[in-house]
Every structure is written in structure tokens, then in C-alpha cells.
Ligand binder design. Structure first.
Ligand code: PBG
Length: 329
């Protein structure tokens, strides 16, 4: 036997020499759910270990993440029922707590990178990412709302905006509005290939943002989010987002879509982000809590696999645990 691949697996040191993928904490983004109020730290039942945090608690959380070298955060607002309406007007109200949170966090921790969520659903009484009228999601009517939200978020100090709505043309529309308002340095991380997935459940629990189906309101997001059966269609979305000025292309979810991550990585020059979504994290957490898998092994293997497939950036609810693990090893 001339070739013996096992020779390169003999010791920790040799395995280190030939390791192809090393995931640094730098590449991770930690999602935080924010809620209005003070001293609030409510665990999300379907996503154990994750909390709805009031601003004061979020500041404490961010400080502890920064001390672990975790510097990137994506923020999502849990909006009180009385602030929800059909047109998501609260999303750009200058005093809403989400925008205030960004201001306060950037003031205290300018080194933290804050990524926003641009979508109507947390603020929408219908639980949809677009304006619902006559039983349909109205694409073009949604764009000016997203643009207003985007400019308000840029004003509040978000570094990167994350349109997660999947309306056609929204990246270009937002880019133009941002540039006109003078926010040429605010980036856009576009949810390029976002699938109509069954794995967003815990997130919708956290924000109470699930579609509120009725006779006149669609029960799912399939007319705007992509069909999980499609791969080539992601190339069309990536092409458009690139032309429209996106700074990152995102694939979401991550694990069931590693082929799509790889496809975009090999066909586009922009950095690729992957969103390891709530349902994917919840499954692993549940198995570990049952003693069926070992978290300290299964979790880093999972994140490394997403990186190996081609994701430069990984948004994951495990970011803090990974950062902690990295520090201790
Ligand atoms: C909605 C949005 C969703 C997620 C991020 N932004 C849910 C949805 O599309 O219904 C899901 C993230 C997760 O499950 O972790 N704009």
C-alpha cells in the first residue's frame, strides 16, 4: 500500500496540520430577541437557552459576549400587540425600543457590529413580511415601508441591515433610499435564498410573529419565500441581489441547504452568510438534553460543517457557546 490516508490522522498535531476548515468566532453572529421593558429575561420555551431581553439585559449579555471575542449580533424585536397594525408603522417610529436599543448598544459598545432585521412580520397584525390586501401579499406596496424601516435603522446606528422579507426588488430599493439619506456606509446582508421552511417555529414563538391565517390572510409564506425543492432558483435571487447592491448573500436555513450554500459560494464573489435557524438549533438542543447526543461535540461539528460547505458568516443561536468552547480549548 503506497497510499495510507491514515498516516495524516495519527496525532492531534498532524490532524491540526492538515485540517482544512477552522471556524473562528469572528465568523459568527449571535441572534438576540429584544422586548420593551426593564429587567426582563424571558426564556423562549421552544428555544432553551435563548431569551427575550429588555435593553438593560441585552447590554449585559453583549458585554459578556464581547469578553468572549463574539462581536457580531443580529437583533430581533418582540413587539407588543397594541403596536401591531396592517402597515407595520411602528417599525420606523423613531422612539420604538428596537431603534433605541441599537442606539444604546452602539453608544456603550461601538466595537460591536449590529445587524438589523428588515421585515414587516414582527410589527404586522397579519404576521406577514409584506402588506396583505385582498388575500395577497402586495410586493410593490411593501417596498416603501421596508425603505423607511431601513433608513430608520441606519439612523439608529445599525452597521448592516438584513432584509428577511423576500419581496422582489427590495435590496435595490433600500440601497437607493439609504444612499439618498446619506447612509452610503450602511451595509446590506440580503436574505437571498430564504426558503419557506418548517424550521422557523421557535423564532415565531419568540416574537409571536407567525402568519395569522384567516379567510383573507394567507396561512403560509410560500408566495414569497422559496420552495425547498429548488436549487437553481437561488442563482436567480443571488444574481439580482448582487446587481441591486447587496454586500452579503444569505442562505436560510443552513443545514438542509448546504448544497445551496456551496452553489452560491462557487458562483458569486460576495461573502456568503448562512442562517442556522431556530428549528435546527432546537432539534440539536433537544437531543442533547435527552442525553442522545453530546453538545460539546455535536454543536461544533455542526457549525464547522456549515463553514466547510462555504459559509463565510454563520448566524447561530450557538454562537456564544461556541465562543466559550473556543476560549477554553
Ligand atoms: C422573518 C424572519 C424569520 C426568521 C428570521 N426573520 C421567520 C419567518 O420568515 O417566518 C427565522 C429565523 C429563525 O427561525 O431562527 N422576517
Amino acid at each position: 500500500m503506497l497510499r495510507r490516508p491514515r498516516r495524516n490522522r495519527q496525532s492531534t498535531a498532524i490532524r491540526g496540520l492538515v485540517r482544512e476548515t477552522v471556524l473562528a468566532t469572528d465568523h459568527l453572529v449571535y441572534p438576540l430577541f429584544l422586548i420593551d421593558g426593564k429587567n426582563i429575561r424571558q426564556e423562549v420555551p421552544s428555544l432553551p437557552g435563548n431569551f427575550r431581553l429588555s435593553i438593560d439585559e441585552a447590554l449585559i449579555e453583549i458585554e459578556s459576549c464581547l469578553s468572549l471575542g463574539l462581536t457580531n449580533f443580529i437583533l430581533f424585536p418582540a413587539i407588543a400587540e397594541e403596536h401591531k397594525d396592517k402597515m407595520a408603522t411602528h417599525s420606523y417610529h423613531p422612539n420604538n425600543f428596537y431603534l433605541q436599543a441599537a442606539r444604546q448598544i452602539k453608544q456603550r459598545f461601538p466595537e460591536a457590529c449590529l445587524i438589523s432585521d428588515v421585515a414587516m412580520d414582527p410589527y404586522s397584525i397579519d404576521g406577514h413580511d409584506g402588506v396583505v390586501r385582498a388575500g395577497k401579499i402586495q410586493n410593490n406596496e411593501t417596498l416603501p415601508i421596508l425603505a423607511r424601516m431601513a433608513v430608520a435603522q441606519a439612523e439608529a446606528g445599525f452597521d448592516i441591515l438584513g432584509p428577511s422579507d423576500m419581496m422582489d426588488g427590495r435590496v435595490g430599493y433600500m440601497r437607493e433610499a439609504l444612499d439618498q439619506a446619506g447612509f452610503t456606509d450602511t451595509g446590506i446582508m440580503s436574505y437571498t435564498a430564504k426558503y419557506a421552511s418548517a424550521f422557523y417555529g421557535p423564532f415565531r414563538d419568540a416574537l409571536d410573529s407567525a402568519p395569522r391565517a384567516s379567510e383573507d390572510i394567507p396561512k403560509d409564506k410560500k408566495t414569497y419565500q422559496m420552495d425547498p425543492a429548488n436549487q437553481r432558483e437561488a442563482l436567480i435571487e443571488a444574481e439580482l441581489d448582487t446587481q441591486e447592491g447587496a454586500d452579503f448573500l444569505m442562505v436560510k436555513p443552513a443545514l438542509n441547504y448546504l448544497d445551496v450554500i456551496h452553489l452560491l459560494k462557487t458562483n458569486f464573489e460576495l461573502p456568503i452568510a448562512a442562517y442556522h435557524v431556530s428549528g435546527e438549533c432546537a432539534m440539536l438542543t433537544a437531543a442533547c438534553r435527552n442525553g442522545w447526543l453530546v453538545y460539546e461535540e455535536a454543536m461544533p461539528e455542526t457549525l464547522t460543517s456549515i463553514h466547510r460547505a462555504g459559509a463565510d458568516v454563520i448566524i447561530t443561536y450557538f454562537a456564544k457557546d461556541y465562543a466559550r468552547l473556543k476560549m477554553s480549548r
